[in-house]
Design a protein around this ligand. Sequence first.
Ligand code: GLU
Length: 469
Amino acid sequence: MTSVRTRFAPSPTGFLHLGSARTALFNWAYARRHSGRLVLRMEDTDRERSTPESEAAIVDGLDWLGIDWDEGPLRQSDRRDRHLAAIETLLAQGRAYRCRCTPEEIEERKGRAIERGEKWTYDGRCRGLDLAKDCGPHTVRLRLPESGRLDWDDLVFGESGQDASEIGDRIIRRSNGDPLYHLAVVVDDLEMGISHVIRGADHHANTSFQVAIYRALEREPPKFAHVPLIVGPGGKKLSKRGGDLSVQEYRSRGFLPEAVLNWLIRIGWSHGDQEIFSREEIVGFFDLAPIHRASAQADPAKLDSLNHHYIKTLPRADLLARLHPFLESETGSQVERTPAIEQLVDLLRERSRTLVEMAHLARFLVVEEISYEGKAARKHLRAEIEPALRDLLAQLSGIDPWTPEALEAAFQAVRARHGDLPMGKLAQPVRVAITGTAISPGIFDTLAVLGKRRAAARIANALDYLRRT
Ligand code: GLU
């Protein structure tokens, strides 16, 4: 059995987007499943569009997802000599030839072919000329067989391929001396010993030509698995709103890498009807056979619910560590880790879908001074609550120990003294008084984590506010 070697070969021309992240994940999972190796190769031969920043962003995105590789990052641009050497070999063997046709000439002949209603492939004008190095400006074309199929058995799409005549002799070296991308990919995959090329289905149509290059080099192509491109719910094109974001954007919106990874692995792949996968399970179960060629729908609602699941189940210390940077950006200041924050994190798990939401809900505890949300204050901080609030404030100093149970008893006593005030009529004003908002965990728990001194000061502030408005 040959050992499994996969590769992730992004073009470093932007961030790590959802589709590429999934390709990386599938390559990683397949390599890990088979105790193989994953190569990271930056396909940076487009010099104008490739940037070191993008390379760093891709590496950062993979790191965050926990997708590790065994070799690389290698750069395609460092391997130019290897690509050129392969072209020389093909030339020497007559499997490629020099072509002097200029782009203008090609355009003209192509235009005429299309007018005649024919499909254009290179018409072979220079094919028999055996032009030498000194023939002037020229490209190099691969000499394709005149008949027969360029086919392969795709692990997702099944029997695939085209007749060689449909493709024609394509360029593998430009007139400026640059090797063409398809040539570079084939040479790299061969020399890196790649056994399985797992990549987006947008490359399926290019594969016949790549198969022609393998054959010209007299080498066996790797196995190909083209994975369907991600679409939104209902098969619609993925929009930015629908989730076509970079991995970094998911991170900054407060998603956990576990959730994003779990979401990605389930887009177009399944293992029974299991929804939640740990990394170990992904590695244990991943296979290419269940990848469906017809469907790769990404539902952002699923990501929300996965994220909620991981927020609910992560160990507290771990969750707190991940929440911490969000707390600091929510408050714009350094945040100390206190036992109260630890308690609050547990109270917030149930109601937070993202770390951004959680940090927002935790704000009241970590800032010294809160401000009231306009709507919440208008609705709940009204003159008629003043007597009950004042009464409650008077009770607070006597509460010892400061527990949710003791607070509940104090609330009950106050409500009874103020005409059997319904719970909400007291709890909501207190909630706005201590958090500035109308949303928080249970009021007794919230008061308990805030602590007696701060709770009393905030209720006193609310009374001041009532006097002033
Ligand atoms: N660099 C190509 C891309 O980013 C990938 C090519 C391949 O996987 O063969 O789409």
